[in-house]
Design a binder for this molecule. Sequence first.
Ligand SMILES: Nc1nc2c(ncn2[C@@H]2O[C@H](COP(=O)(O)OP(=O)(O)O)[C@@H](O)[C@H]2O)c(=O)[nH]1
Ligand SMILES: [Mg+2]
Length: 306
Amino acid sequence: MGLFDKLKGKLQKTKQGFVDKVTELVTGYKRVDDEFFERLEEILIEADVGVNTAMDLTEKLRHRIYTEKISDMDRVNEVIQEELAGLLEYENNAINLAEHKPTVIMVVGVNGVGKTTTIGKLAYNFKEQGKKVVLAAGDTFRAAAIEQLGIWADRADADLIKHQEGSDAAAVAYDAVQAAISRKADIVLIDTAGRLHNKVNLMNEIGKVKKVISRSKEDAPNEVLLVLDATTGQNAISQAKTFKEVVDVTGIVLTKLDGTAKGGVIFSIKEELALPVKYIGVGEKIEDLKPFNPGEFVKALFYNEQ
Ligand SMILES: Nc1nc2c(ncn2[C@@H]2O[C@H](COP(=O)(O)OP(=O)(O)O)[C@@H](O)[C@H]2O)c(=O)[nH]1
Ligand SMILES: [Mg+2]
């Protein structure tokens, strides 16, 4: 099975809950009218595309369809796909690599979104590219979190830098960067705790870790990736806004796109957060993380057998 077929399979639920409804709508009309656009807007909102994005998108489509005098419904379907793809186009969604290695990547997000799993998958991804990877067990809150990262380090054949449970997360991050420099590693991936008791706590901890990382190497961190769980739909967007207030996030990893009908949330990320999606998570296994490719993503969603 090719990569594209695999992606198609993983996005089934979002396809059923969203794209199939759009396709059904389009085939149910002979020409567009106000009711068509109202119904389209409803489908978009129900699919967790978000109210603002759904309204803007519908307005844009209405404008295009009228000014370009589009009457053929197959063409309407194409235009919808084009506009959806446009919501996912970013100037740069590649990882920002350091000029002098190592590239330091900090991973943040609330509990349970998939930070540690994503780090394991990323490590594997970089390893496959022939890079040497160091992981920092920066979630020092629970011993189990350190162990969990250790398991991923073994699987991905990466080095692990850890301190004891309860120790200072910033110190672990600092040591990991230093270890990576002396071992001539290419990539450092820094795990963090995801406690969101209150914003002040989060700000203090994440802010401090980031400051200490920046002292460990001049250009570090090169990326601050915020992990969001697609199954939480639009809640992920409000979570992201909180994180953006406390740390300069450089990109999004959207996890758990497999098995959720709320994948439409991906279309509101650029408009609501002005951040690029850099990777998507489509399963729990080590190979289930993909560099995000907007064109391929939309194609996989709209693909019809026959
Ligand atoms: N289905 C699915 N599960 C995922 C994905 N990413 C992470 N998970 C699961 O989400 C749960 C929490 O992941 P974890 O990495 O521990 O989250 P953390 O608290 O943010 O570090 C685990 O059971 C993971 O296997 C994904 O892309 N798809
Ligand atoms: Mg974790």
